[in-house]
Design a protein around this ligand. Structure first.
Ligand SMILES: C[S@@+](CC[C@H](N)C(=O)[O-])C[C@H]1O[C@@H](n2cnc3c(N)ncnc32)[C@H](O)[C@@H]1O
Ligand code: SF4
Ligand code: SF4
Length: 369
């Protein structure tokens, strides 16, 4: 058996409940299950994760700040010298400020802010005020934004807010069409290429999550299955919660029935670690960027292509648009040479797959061993 990689990063989906019901939310079908992890289960899982090398715990959901055990769980992490991230819709921040006192500054916040229309203007106002409050307290904040047909016209409003406070902003150019997002129309490729161009030229502080073909590489990879895993609110352990929200059998085991070490060594994770380029399908299997990109976010590919190894829909849409001449060439002018090279490689009958395993590449990119 191969040596187990470090489980550096544990995501705890502490509750399946939420105090909102956003129009793009991929977790919405899961809310009905109404499950919450209690403190004893969380602390036990964290102790086991520490044995596997854990350095950081991210609390998310659902909405983590509606969970009863959130403050106690964060305090437990700090007592064990772990970094803590909280991914939240930002409404109930005061609960944590009151409970954690000066330790609030140790929390790394990922706060969703998608403008006035996605979650309603009342919510938007509360969230802006809460972000400003945390900012004044000196907290580490990252704003997360998903661009959809509802808020695409608001990008100046959203990004000038994060720019004014000098806060990092992480942007997803499309929602995955799951949960509530199933009924929200996806934007067309020309529209999001225009958004990429606008962002790159006007808001340099923004990190846009994109396959390497568009970004030119250098983005931190999510490390699914190699150095991170997620615990769902019923104790299920998975490599990727956004897939598991909608495919409840996409799990490796359950922490209430098995040890985290056994689950981390299970076939679910073993298979991911052993993937190489030839296991992927379509464009990703013949892409010259695979070794740095690794197929980008697999939950997006899963929701549009039907399985884990489907080609990435952004790249497929780009290739279709170029071949059918429906792409506005001005929008890809700055990466014209890269794209021409990419297509040449895709069409090359002698193209050789990269045979190196996913696990080795992720480890070298993250320098975790
Ligand atoms: C599922 S929420 C959980 C944490 C918290 N409730 C919040 O809204 O930040 C985590 C992130 O997923 C994003 N998200 C929700 N649905 C999505 C979708 N269909 N595609 C991409 N991201 C989505 C949210 O906007 C949020 O930034
Ligand atoms: S995106 Fe977050 S806040 Fe909105 S419904 Fe989903 S879990 Fe709740
Ligand atoms: S085709 Fe696949 S590997 Fe290539 S850039 Fe797109 S997502 Fe990445």
């Amino acid at each position: 058996m191969s040596v187990l990689p470090i489980l550096k990063d544990l995501h705890v989906r502490i509750t399946s409940k939420c105090n909102l019901n956003c129009p793009h939310c991929y977790a919405a079908d899961w809310f009905k299950e109404e499950e919450q992890l209690d403190f004893s289960c969380i602390s036990d899982a964290i102790k086991q994760a520490i044995e596997l090398g854990c350095q950081k715990v991210t609390f998310t959901g659902g909405e983590p700040l509606v969970a009863k055990s959130i403050a106690e769980s964060i305090k437990f992490c700090f007592a064990n010298n772990l970094r803590v991230e909280v991914e939240t819709n930002g409404i109930l921040i005061n609960v944590l400020v009151d409970e954690l006192k000066s330790d609030i500054r140790k929390v790394e916040f990922g706060i969703s802010y998608d403008g006035e229309n996605m979650r309603g203007n009342k919510v938007a106002e509360i969230v802006r005020k809460n972000i400003e409050k945390l900012w004044q307290l000196g907290c580490d904040i990252k704003i997360q934004t998903v661009i959809t047909t509802i808020n695409a016209h608001e990008i100046d409003h959203i990004f000038s807010f994060s720019q004014k406070l000098n806060i990092r902003n992480r942007v997803f150019l499309a929602h995955s069409p799951n949960g509530n997002g199933k009924t929200l129309p996806l934007r067309k490729i020309n529209e999001w290429l225009k958004t990429v161009n606008d962002i790159k030229s006007r808001y340099p502080h923004i990190i846009v999550e994109l396959p390497d073909l568009f970004s030119g590489g250098g983005q931190k990879k999510c490390g699914w299955g190699v150095h991170r895993c997620e615990m769902m609110s019923n104790g299920d352990i998975t490599s990727c919660a956004p897939i598991t929200f909608n495919h409840r059998d996409f799990v490796a085991g359950n922490i209430k029935k098995s040890s985290l070490q056994k689950i981390w060594a299970s076939e679910h994770f073993e298979k991911i670690r052993n993937l190489s380029q030839k296991d992927f399908r379509g464009l990703c299997s013949k892409c010259m960027f695979w070794q740095t990109c690794l197929g980008a976010c697999r939950s997006i590919s899963y929701s549009t292509g039907g399985d884990l190894l489907s080609p990435h829909p952004f790249c497929s849409a780009l290739l279709d648009g170029i071949k059918n001449k429906t792409i506005d060439v001005q929008l890809v002018q700055h990466v014209k040479d890269t794209i021409e090279n990419w297509i040449k490689h895709l069409d090359d009958p002698n193209f050789e797959y990269n045979s190196e395993k996913y696990e080795n590449i992720v480890k070298s990119q993250h320098k975790i061993l």
